[in-house]
Design a protein around this ligand. Structure first.
Ligand SMILES: [Zn+2]
Length: 147
């Protein structure tokens, strides 16, 4: 499935990541059929926020209800990596498989280069496979610059 994220939502994810830096930020993108329409910041509930993230089950449930009310789906789950590349870590993959959240895309924002945040998207399969998905944005492929 395709993934479309408007530039303003990409900018919002990057802004969120920079605000939480050096801790990881996390959130979700709502929309339909692989097209993100709105974003929602979530709290990082993990004890070690610098290298991990966890979403509170209650907050996640509230977000799910919000999406349902608006007739939207969870298009993607995003989080930032403040010291590593925009690629799902082994922990990210294990969490996705164990939680069963393999339908949404996983969007990673890397702040390895603070002046040039990188945003990439992946599908994580039930078998732990990781495949990058091109992000379309406002009609064009997103090229990874923070502008
Ligand atoms: Zn991660």
């Amino acid at each position: 499935m395709r993934l479309m994220i408007p530039r303003k939502l990409i900018a919002e994810m990057i802004a969120h990541a920079l605000e939480q830096d050096p801790e990881e930020c996390c959130g979700v993108l709502f929309g339909k059929d692989g097209v993100a329409e709105t974003s929602r910041r979530m709290q990082n509930a993990h004890q070690n926020k610098v290298s991990r993230y966890t979403m509170e089950p209650l907050e996640l449930m509230q977000a799910q209800n919000e999406a349902d009310r608006n007739g939207q789906q969870f298009v993607a789950i995003y989080h930032s990596h403040t010291y590593t590349q925009a690629y799902p870590s082994e922990t990210d993959v294990n969490n996705a498989v164990e939680s069963g959240w393999t339908d949404p895309f996983y969007v990673l924002v890397s702040l390895v280069e603070k002046t040039r945040p990188i945003v990439r998207a992946y599908r994580i399969g039930d078998d732990g496979s990781v495949n990058e998905v091109a992000i379309a944005s406002d009609g064009q492929a997103y090229r990874g610059s923070g502008k």
